[in-house]
Design a protein around this ligand. Structure first.
Ligand SMILES: [Zn+2]
Length: 252
C-alpha cells in the first residue's frame, strides 16, 4: 500500500517539477503561467500532449525539438527529476504526517527560485510573497517548538543576510535577503543559521566545480539560489540531527 503512495508522489513530483520550470521561466518576465502552451523557444511550435510528459518526453526526443532539432536544455528534466526525488524524500524522512504539506511547499519554493536564479539571476518578489503567504499559516498550524521560533527565524535570517549584503557590498542580492526571511519562518532561528552555513559550503563547492568546468569566472556573480536551496534542504531534514551531533562532539 505504501509503495503505491510513493509511486503517486513520484509522478506528482515530476508533473509539478515540469510546472515549476514554466513558473520559474515565465514569472520573472511577467508572462502568464497558464497560456500559451509550452513551445520550442526557436521555431515556436507548440508541444503536443505526447511531448509534454515530464522527463520521459525528453528521453524520447533525445533532448531535441522534433521540428527544428534545437537542443532542449537538460535543465528541464533535471528540475523535474529533482522535484520528484525531493518530494519522495519528505515522506521517507518524516513519515506520512501533516508536516509533509509544509515540506512539499518549501521544496516547491526552492525549486522555483533555482529556476529563476539560474535563468535570470533573480528571486522574484511575487514568488516570495506567494510562498510566504502559504508557509506562514502552515507554520502556525504545524508549529515549531517554541511556536514563536518561526518569527525569530525570519528575523535572524533577514538580519544576517542584510548585514552580509552591507559588508560584502552587493555580494548578496535583495532576493537572497528576503528568501532567508521566508526560510526562517519554516526553519526557526537555529535552522536558518544551519541553512546559511551549508549554503556557503555548497556555494563554494558549486563555484569551484563551475570554475573547473569554465562555467563560472572569478569575480563574476554566479546564481546562489541552488546553493541556498541545498542548504535549506539540509537544515530542514537534518538540522536537528546535525546540531545534536555538533554539541555532543564538542561536549558543550
Ligand atoms: Zn523547434
Amino acid at each position: 500500500m505504501s509503495a503505491f503512495y510513493y509511486i503517486y508522489v513520484a509522478i506528482v513530483g515530476l508533473c509539478l517539477g515540469s510546472f515549476y520550470n514554466v513558473v520559474g521561466l515565465r514569472v520573472p518576465k511577467g508572462e502568464s503561467i497558464l497560456t500559451p502552451r509550452s513551445h520550442c523557444t526557436r521555431c515556436q511550435r507548440s508541444l503536443s500532449p505526447g511531448e509534454l510528459v515530464p522527463f520521459f518526453s525528453y528521453l524520447w526526443l533525445r533532448g531535441k525539438c522534433r521540428n527544428c532539432g534545437t537542443r532542449i536544455s537538460p535543465l528541464y528534466p533535471v528540475i523535474e527529476v529533482m522535484t520528484s526525488c525531493l518530494f519522495l524524500m519528505a515522506p521517507w524522512l518524516l513519515g506520512w504526517s501533516s508536516e509533509l504539506i509544509l515540506a512539499w511547499t518549501l521544496i516547491s519554493l526552492l525549486i522555483i527560485i533555482c529556476v529563476t536564479d539560474i535563468h535570470y539571476m533573480l528571486i522574484p518578489n511575487k514568488i516570495l510573497i506567494v510562498f510566504a503567504l502559504l508557509l506562514l499559516p502552515l507554520r502556525l498550524m504545524i508549529p515549531l517548538e517554541p511556536w514563536w521560533d518561526m518569527f525569530a527565524g525570519a528575523l535572524v535570517g533577514f538580519t544576517l543576510l542584510f548585514l552580509i549584503a552591507l559588508i560584502s557590498k552587493g555580494g548578496m542580492g535583495g532576493g537572497d535577503i528576503k528568501l532567508f526571511a521566508v526560510l526562517g519562518l519554516v526553519l526557526g532561528w537555529k535552522g536558518v543559521l544551519i541553512a546559511f552555513f551549508f549554503s556557503t559550503v555548497y556555494g563554494t563547492i558549486i563555484g569551484g566545480v563551475g570554475m573547473i568546468l569554465g562555467k563560472v569566472r572569478r569575480g563574476k556573480p554566479m546564481p546562489f539560489g541552488p546553493a541556498i536551496s541545498l542548504g535549506a534542504i539540509t537544515a530542514y531534514f537534518w538540522g536537528e540531527a546535525l546540531t545534536d551531533w555538533y554539541f555532543q562532539f564538542f561536549r558543550i
